[in-house]
Design a protein around this ligand. Structure first.
Ligand code: UDX
Ligand code: UDX
Length: 460
């Protein structure tokens, strides 16, 4: 009997994208050896421990099933590169904070350094897969760097953007709406595309695996996130009009969402979108448009981010106005700090802007989040190593609310729906205010307890 060598996959970058995606491949394709590597030794140690470095419902079970079998976490980047047939690149691509394109363009330094590391250590042909979200034409940069340093080794570069959303990553990976694979339309490129299609075909129906050219795939990821974010900014813009006119934004969203051309998803008005992707990817798109001489297109998409910033500040402003135009020395309880429920990720969370705005008004801000550690909250709001006695973190929603003048719900954690608001009302200063930045509370009921209430896009 002929035995074929097992396919080996490695993924550089053990973050929110690389970790769960590779765990799912290992689960669904048990004959493939999967190794996730990262230069951050603490992160890898956490992946190998009982407490994984990221909180994602269902992830623990998947990792537990495959770790030590065909799923490995390691800091040996060079060894993993040498062993792998397919190398996924899932390192972070933050917005540049310096030089040309600062505040907009993606910082590709990690992508470039990974490309150089691959070229230096590869000892045979490899398929390189861009998993990180990157500007269009990055594949070309990767190819260029690889070719210039490859010592005759052949590399194929594919784009395979990840569409999972945090908090639902496992379900999204298990049953993706689509898998997108972009590659060069050359014989080598087509073969690489087929190889990656086979990996996903272990569990994804073929008609959900789309193949395109490289640039379409890279651009589609930015455009998908821009369209999703645009829907949120659109409904948030309407929330302000609802508050002014007496319409209810949830009723408007429901009414328009019933139109099958519009659809009901991503129409939930909120204190503002957060997360590592939406703002970064739109700014990236804006930068691309400017670069290619399309200022009108750039302005159009930039307004999605501007509307989001405005919404976050509008929420904080509403709190100050309602509390008789001053929150100085008043205690405000902020419920939720993660950028959405069911994750411990705080990147670009609306809570950061809300807390900062309240601190700037000299409020005492007490934050409670079920999954985000206190140090992380202080770090995000104040900056590395800084402290401010006005910002504290409480171990429960009840303790945060004790003696507070107002409650502000910033993340839609389910537990906030089930709190005993009668008890909370009794423990607060009067008049006691609730600002529901996620429209998850029964405001009429809260009003009955004595609260002064305010939702997004609703009458008080
Ligand atoms: C990241 C990007 O934020 C996103 O735009 C992209 O789509 C996918 O990659 P995420 O997984 O959430 O998403 O990032 P993060 O959790 O920061 O993980 C990246 C990991 O790469 C980190 O653990 C970091 O230590 C690692 N890394 C970074 C390397 O191992 N080598 C490097 O050179 C750079
Ligand atoms: C997003 C995309 O959904 C995903 O496809 C891509 O791979 C990465 O970026 P993520 O940022 O993890 O995923 O979460 P998502 O569910 O999209 O939420 C983003 C932000 O928008 C959150 O702050 C969320 O609370 C907010 N949101 C979402 C709203 O305010 N209203 C909505 O109707 C939906």
């Amino acid at each position: 009997m002929i035995t074929f060598p097992r396919m080996k996959i490695c993924c550089i970058g053990a973050g929110y994208v690389g970790g769960p995606t590779m765990a799912m491949i290992a689960l669904k394709a048990p004959k493939i050896e999967v190794c996730v590597v990262d230069m951050n030794a603490a992160r890898i140690a956490a992946w190998n421990s009982k407490t994984l470095p990221i909180y994602e419902p269902g992830l623990d079970e998947v990792v537990k099933q495959r770790r030590g079998k065909n799923l490995h976490f390691s800091t040996d980047v060079h060894g993993a590169i040498q062993a792998a047939d397919i190398i996924f690149v899932a390192v972070n691509t933050p917005t540049k904070t310096y030089g040309v394109g600062a505040g907009r363009a993606a910082d590709l330094r990690f992508i470039e350094s990974v490309a150089r590391t691959i070229a230096e250590h590869a000892n045979g042909p490899k398929i390189i897969v861009e998993k990180s979200t990157i500007p269009v034409k990055t594949a070309e940069t990767i190819k260029d760097i690889l070719a210039a340093n490859a010592h005759g080794i052949k590399f194929e570069v594919l784009s395979n953007p990840e569409f999972l959303a945090e908090g639902t990553a496992i379900a999204d990976l298990q049953q993706p709406d689509r898998v997108l694979i972009g590659g060069e339309r050359t014989p080598g490129g087509e073969k690489a595309i087929r190889t990656l299609v086979e990996v996903y075909a272990h569990w994804v129906p073929r008609d959900r695996i789309i193949t395109t050219n490289l640039w379409s795939s890279e651009l589609s990821k930015l455009v998908a996130n821009a369209f999703l974010a645009q829907r949120i900014s659109s409904i948030n813009s309407i929330s302000a009009l609802c508050e002014a006119t007496g319409a209810d934004v949830d009723e408007v969203a429901n009414a328009i969402g019933k139109d099958s051309r519009i659809g009901p998803k991503f129409l939930k008005a909120s204190v503002g979108f957060g997360g590592s992707c939406f703002q970064k990817d739109i700014l990236n798109l804006v930068y691309l448009c400017e670069y290619f001489g399309l200022p009108e297109v750039a302005h159009y998409w930039e307004s999605v981010v501007k509307m989001n910033d405005w919404q976050k500040h509008r929420f904080a402003g509403k709190i100050v106005r309602a509390l008789f135009n001053t929150v100085a020395d008043k205690k405000i309880a902020v419920l939720g700090f993660a950028f959405k429920k069911d994750t411990n990720d705080t990147r670009e969370s609306a809570a950061i802007a809300v807390c900062r705005a309240l601190l700037a008004e000299q409020a005492h801000v007490v934050v409670y989040d079920p999954k985000v550690p206190a140090d992380e909250i202080r770090h995000e709001v104040l900056g590395n190593g800084k402290d401010d006695p006005r910002l504290t973190v409480a171990p429960s929603a009840y303790e945060a609310a004790e003696g507070a003048h107002a409650l502000a719900v910033v993340t839609e954690w389910d537990e906030f729906k089930k709190l005993d608001y009668k008890e909370i009302y009794a423990a607060m200063e009067k008049p006691a205010f609730v600002f529901d930045g996620r429209n998850i509370l029964d405001l009429a009921k809260l009003k009955g307890f004595g609260f002064r209430v305010s939702g997004i896009g609703k009458q008080g």
